[in-house]
Design a protein around this ligand. Structure first.
Ligand SMILES: [Zn+2]
Ligand SMILES: [Zn+2]
Length: 63
């Protein structure tokens, strides 16, 4: 697999990833996952130092 930027997140190499977007680079990991998120989840993930929402790919740094 090829990615524009090197991303150390191991979800990229997983075939059964349980997240839709990578929390480190925001690229799509699995399109099979259907999840919902809201601002509350975004706030929690920002606290966990995720850079992107794993559900919608939103950048959490700007908020
Ligand atoms: Zn990534
Ligand atoms: Zn989200």
């Amino acid at each position: 697999m090829n990615f524009e930027m090197y991303c150390p997140n191991m979800n990229h190499s997983r075939t059964n990833a349980s997240i839709r977007f990578c929390p480190s680079c925001g690229k799509a990991v699995s399109t099979n996952v259907q999840t919902k998120c809201d601002d509350q989840k975004h706030a929690l993930r920002r606290r966990d130092r995720d850079l992107f929402c794993v559900d919608c790919g939103l950048s959490l740094r700007k908020l």
